[in-house]
Design a protein around this ligand. Structure first.
Ligand code: MLT
Length: 391
């Protein structure tokens, strides 16, 4: 037996596991202190009523002989794929139903999709970015090159014709910075990918936070994207499914003349048994008009939290972006502190947990991410603590 030695090239622990460990150690030593967690982007509002009702009635169906279901289609039930198709249509994107694959979330598919690509492809990853892109490719032994996202390009890097890459990761609205590409900028990426026969893996997990109609929620709003892009989406942040697990991935048939769509179907039918029927019924309810109204209320709640965070940072002249079309606020650590210094500073002085920017890449050093996914009470209290401490 030989182990996959590529694992020696990734850090021992996943970023959010490292943070959780540090926080738990602090909590054990300081049992009297109330810690406010604005670190990992995990939602706090419960599932909406229409979803809960759908989950309940689907569970009932599973307990009755006539309506019980065993294995479902690995790529998802049509009732949910049709809803996703209609959701895209509402953003002027037409998809065939067999281009939509229901998954248990964007994170799994962003890693699993790599099964379709040879190991000797070169991968382009913006820095800073969601650590899963780098870690999954490192595990597979692929060569990774980075493109700098920094204050000088508003954390929205653009392609440069001298780059020679095959697989490109883009995340917009971005995790961790909250920056959002506009259509002209995305078009540059699409043109680059088509011209260079590269594929874009577009992470749209935060599209539901976009409120400006002119900003693209899907890469397929850009002409030419169907011949070069795969899109990943999730109900985690959209509808509070972080613990329920459901998402969808779009693999257009125009990509490589249908080859990637066919390969993904083959991969999924072999390695995946599909998302549970009960969960897919819950997900279906998200896309009803009642579901959309309810989730919008939750999204507005998180946006209001982002405003509260932003106002406090502004008051103390702390440079920051994000929060407007994203649940993440990306800030410059005050007094030139490093990301982990600021993490320790906040945890020990005001018991606020955030995410060190350096965990997302070298360009994240000196930056810090806060999420708006906390409860309103905790967000207000965290900002009051910060305000009092920085006075
Ligand atoms: C984050 O905090 O970056 C997200 O929760 C990660 C994820 O969605 O997996």
């Amino acid at each position: 037996m030989k182990v996959n030695t590529n694992y020696q090239n990734i850090s021992d622990s996943y970023l959010f596991s490292t943070i959780a460990k540090k926080v738990n150690e602090f909590a054990a030593k300081n049992p009297d202190k109330k810690i406010i967690r604005l670190g990992i982007g995990d939602v706090t509002l419960p599932l909406c009523k229409v979803v809960v009702n759908a989950l309940k009635s689907a569970s009932e169906e599973m307990g009755v002989k006539e309506t019980f279901r065993g294995y479902g289609p690995e790529q998802g039930y049509d009732f949910l794929r049709e809803k996703v198709q209609a959701y895209y249509k509402s953003h002027n994107v037409s998809l065939d139903i067999d281009e939509i694959f229901i998954s248990d979330g964007a994170k799994s598919d962003l890693g699993n999709i790599l099964d379709l690509f040879a190991v000797d492809n070169t991968v382009l990853v913006p820095d800073p970015v969601y650590p899963v892109y780098v870690d999954t490719n490192t595990m597979a032994g692929r060569k990774i090159v980075y493109i700098d996202a920094n204050a000088s390009n508003n954390f929205l890097p653009l392609p440069d014709e001298s780059m020679k890459v095959d697989i490109i990761y883009l995340c917009s609205p971005n995790n961790p910075t909250g920056a959002v590409y506009n259509k002209e900028q995305l078009k540059k990426w699409v043109d680059y990918a088509n011209k260079n026969k590269a594929v874009i893996l577009f992470d749209a997990a935060y599209e539901c936070f976009i409120t400006d109609e002119n900003l693209p929620r899907s890469i397929y709003e850009i002409e030419g994207a169907k011949t070069c892009a795969i899109e990943f989406c999730s109900l985690s942040k959209m509808a509070g499914f972080t613990g329920t697990r459901c998402g969808y991935t779009v693999v257009p048939k125009a990509l490589e003349n249908g080859l990637l769509n066919k390969m993904w179907l083959r991969r999924q039918t072999t390695k995946f048994n599909g998302v549970p029927y009960i969960v897919q019924k819950g997900a279906e309810a998200v896309f009803t008009s009642e579901g959309q109204t309810e989730i919008q209320e939750n999204l507005n709640y998180y946006k209001e939290n982002a405003k509260i965070i932003s106002q406090t940072l502004e008051k103390h002249n702390i440079w920051h972006i994000g929060g407007k079309h994203s649940p993440y606020i990306w800030l410059k650590c005050p007094n030139n502190m490093s990301s982990w210094e600021f993490f320790d500073y906040l945890l020990s002085n005001v018991q606020i947990v955030g995410t060190p920017g350096s965990g997302f890449g070298k360009n994240g050093e000196g930056y810090f991410r806060l999420t708006s996914f906390g409860s309103r009470e905790n967000t207000i209290e965290a900002m009051k603590r910060l305000d009092d401490f920085l006075k």
